[in-house]
Design a protein around this ligand. Structure first.
Ligand code: ZN
Length: 329
């Protein structure tokens, strides 16, 4: 058997090429940014094979010292390391003993690159970073999928596969991934209130990540029909007659809607304004209307305004890899 911590079979694998492609790029970019910023980071462990996990498992059990087990997981599939979706990052000079403030700085960089941090967990794991669209731990279904379909199926489900890197290429692909794939394969289960927003995959994933990070956030609106879009805008117009021109990016639809409001000063109820805006939408081409608001295509959601942590939440939203725009009104 092995000799404990000096066991060569139990050397951590530091090869980032074994990680999921998009996660690899994120890790490499984050490490580079850290190093350029004076944080002497390196990847201590990346992909963890079953053989290595078995060696870790033996420590403190059949292999002593150490006196106590170092892991309770008999299989590598209970951590995202076993899927190439997690890395442990430590300091070249301070190793594991770097202060928490150091790890916090590293975490700020990794978050920018779409990774989540073990330091945010209840059972904190400061050196641990994983792909931001993974939930904290892999599900039973994730294990089943990796055992039956292989790692790439998991990478696709959590959008860490480079074949999905180009969103337009993904859209153009003839066969979209099964709608349930993201929810079942290892990302967080989609909470019912988020499911009810009827968002597209990217926006929904972003909402799930946000909820996981900030559990108290309340989502107030997701995909809207043209009628409910008119209703929502009418509520804002009641408060500010110039809301439309001030809020939406210039377009024929935007101009027509604002023009209708300007010409109908007598419309002073939400329903009267909504009727008018709906009539404007109905007169325009569907293609133009769909481009007018991301709510209409399921690509946008609204959050109830927050006071606590507002800056942190805004900064986090701006860094989400799947959101291209954020209106903080
Ligand atoms: Zn780890």
């Amino acid at each position: 058997m092995s000799a404990g911590q000096d066991d060569t079979a139990a050397r951590p694998d530091q090869d980032c090429a074994k990680l999921a492609p998009r996660f690899q790029k994120a890790v490499e970019a984050a490490i580079l940014e850290c190093v350029l910023g004076g944080l002497d980071t390196y990847v201590f462990e990346a992909y963890r094979s079953q053989a290595l996990q078995a060696a870790y498992y033996a420590r403190g059990r059949s292999v002593v010292p150490p006196e106590r087990p170092v892991t309770n997981a008999p299989s590598n599939l209970y951590s995202w390391h076993g899927y190439g979706l997690a890395v442990d990052v430590i300091s070249k000079t301070q190793h594991w003993a770097a202060p928490e403030s150091w790890f916090r700085q590293v975490a700020a960089v990794f978050r920018k690159h779409g990774c989540s941090w073990g330091g945010d967990w209840t059972q904190r794991d400061l050196p641990h970073f994983q792909w931001g669209l993974c939930k904290p731990s892999p599900s039973d279904l994730a294990r089943e999928i990796v055992n039956t379909q292989g790692l790439r199926a998991i990478w696709q489900a959590v959008r860490a596969d480079d074949t999905l890197q180009d969103a337009s290429a993904a859209k153009a692909a003839a066969t979209p991934s099964p709608p349930a794939a993201t929810a079942v394969a290892g990302t967080a289960p989609v909470p019912a209130d988020i499911e009810n927003l009827q968002l597209n995959d990217n926006a929904r994933d972003a909402a799930v990540v946000l909820r996981a990070r900030f559990p108290h956030l309340v989502f107030t609106s997701g995909r809207r029909s043209i009628r409910s879009q008119a209703q929502a805008m009418a509520a804002d117009v009641l408060k500010n007659r110039h809301f439309i021109a001030a809020t939406y990016k210039p377009s024929a639809v935007c101009t027509a809607c604002q023009k209708w409001v300007d010409a109908h000063a007598e419309a002073q109820t939400q329903s009267a304004i909504a009727e008018g805006l709906f009539s404007v939408f109905a007169a325009m081409s569907e293609a133009d209307v769909m481009k007018f608001s991301k709510h209409l295509t399921g690509d946008a959601f609204d959050l109830q305004p927050v006071t606590a942590d507002a800056d942190t939440i805004q900064a986090f939203i701006r860094r989400l890899p799947l959101l291209d725009k954020f209106l903080d009104r």
